[in-house]
Design a protein around this ligand. Structure first.
Ligand code: NDP
Ligand code: MG
Length: 395
């Protein structure tokens, strides 16, 4: 039996992963470890259902709470909570695969540990790659890890590219990432300052965690995905395009030198890329409903409006900037989205904080992952300063 660690098990991707795992043959996968940050009751339920050897939570208090809950139900799952333990659950010799589904840069150390140990790494945690960049990809290559993209667009690109990576640079003209346009595709841009967290997290096509839902509403999610595509597949920034496709049926496309376009289609259900990550190079059941072409009727496309979605362009600005710029952009965005969700920053100011931090902070020399982790902290502090200034100005 193959053993898997699911990081971020209590989140949207984590829950979908456990659903797909439960659909596989009983003797195929064994859950080695499940992790969460603070949702103890939900993690306890998952531990009782999947019987992992280990569970991990973000503090000693939460660990004690979880241990008590599990012991009262007769569960033997061992509970851990230190950052070093989180990495150990990813690089332990028994582990075959890791689902990286923590949200934000917090997921970088354990994802990197899995890459450095040469595991099969199912990467949903795009922020880890946006922060880690080339150093992360180097660790994947040096240690023979199998990196399988879970982000639906990148799974689509992966499926649409030639099997032989040597042909990616010779045969491909560009890659085209599709975007739904989120909940504000048709909203008057002048009213974006009044958007509430409830409106921003109500995505038309996908049910996701709060942070990525806000990112979809600003289209910073697509900006992060442009950066993710650059690092994953090695295409130059100018070879990556974005097109709005409100139906979310085409998950992304590859255009070849001869103008031929290869796309991957399906219903918007994250269990499809998750199932592929588990079964690649084979296929397995995902539980998703197949596309009904007769009900679909039409597919439409439109350009992303730069006035409504100014954040999208920051992807190319960061990719053309110094090494570490994508780390700076990600840190600013995490801090700005958090402030928006806490009702401390208006929705339309997220872009201003991101742009000001990207433009205002010099990354310095980046040689090691530790340099990026330090830069991440520095950029967070810078962005918090920008938020404080924006709030003072508004008052
Ligand atoms: P959720 O917010 O639903 O879940 C996040 C998970 O991470 C939870 O298990 C949470 O624990 C845990 N977590 C949060 N903070 C920390 C931390 N500091 N340390 C350790 N664990 C932590 O997010 P999603 O599932 O929506 O997204 C996860 C990742 O996948 C993101 O990077 C996102 O961009 C990416 N992704 C998601 C898609 C989706 O459809 N949801 C699609 C494509 C990519 P707890 O519940 O206890 O707080
Ligand atoms: Mg995506």
């Amino acid at each position: 039996m193959k053993k898997i660690t699911v990081l971020g098990a209590t989140g949207s991707i984590g829950v979908n992963t456990l659903d797909v795992l439960a659909r596989q043959q009983a003797n195929e996968w064994q859950v080695y470890a499940l992790t969460a940050f603070g949702q103890v009751a939900k993690l306890a339920e998952q531990c009782l259902a999947h019987r992992p050897a280990y569970a991990w939570v973000g503090s000693a208090e939460k660990a004690q709470e979880l241990t008590q809950l599990l012991r009262s139900q007769g569960s033997k799952t061992e509970v851990l909570h230190s950052p070093a333990d989180l990495c150990r659950l990813c690089d332990a010799p028994e582990v075959d695969a890791v689902m990286a589904a923590i949200v934000g840069a917090a997921g970088l150390p354990p994802s990197l540990a899995a890459a450095q140990a040469g595991k099969r790494l199912l990467l949903a945690n795009k922020e880890a790659l946006v922060v880690g960049g080339d150093l992360f990809m180097q660790a994947v290559r040096d240690n023979g890890a199998q990196l399988l993209p879970i982000d639906s667009e990148h799974s689509a690109i992966f499926q649409s590219l030639p099997d032989d990576p040597a042909r990616w640079q010779t045969d491909v003209e560009k890659i085209i990432l599709t975007a739904s346009g989120g909940p504000f595709r048709q909203r008057n841009p002048k009213t974006l300052g009044q958007v509430t967290p409830e409106e921003a997290v109500a995505h038309p096509n996908w049910v996701m965690g709060r942070k990525i839902s806000v990112d979809s509403a600003t289209m910073m999610n697509k900006a992060l995905e442009v950066i993710e595509a650059h690092y994953l597949f090695g295409f130059a920034p100018e070879q990556i395009e974005v097109i709005i496709h409100p139906q979310s049926v085409i998950h992304s496309m590859v255009q070849y030198r001869d103008t031929s376009v290869v796309a991957q289609l399906g219903t918007p259900d994250m269990r499809v890329p998750i199932a592929l990550g588990l079964s690649w190079p084979g296929r397995t059941s995902s539980g998703a409903a197949p596309l009904d072409f007769k009900a679909l009727q039409a597919m439409s496309f439109e350009e992303a409006d730069a006035l409504r979605f100014p954040g999208l362009q920051l992807a190319w600005a960061a990719l053309r900037g110094e090494a570490g710029s994508t780390c700076v952009l990600n840190a600013a965005n995490e801090v700005a989205v958090d402030a928006f969700l806490k009702r401390q920053l208006p929705f339309d100011q997220i872009y201003r904080v991101n742009a000001a931090t990207l433009g205002g902070l010099q990354p310095g020399r980046i040689s090691h992952i530790e340099d990026l982790l330090a830069l991440d902290q520095e950029a967070r502090a810078f962005a918090l300063g920008q938020i404080a200034a924006a709030v003072t100005q508004a008052a």
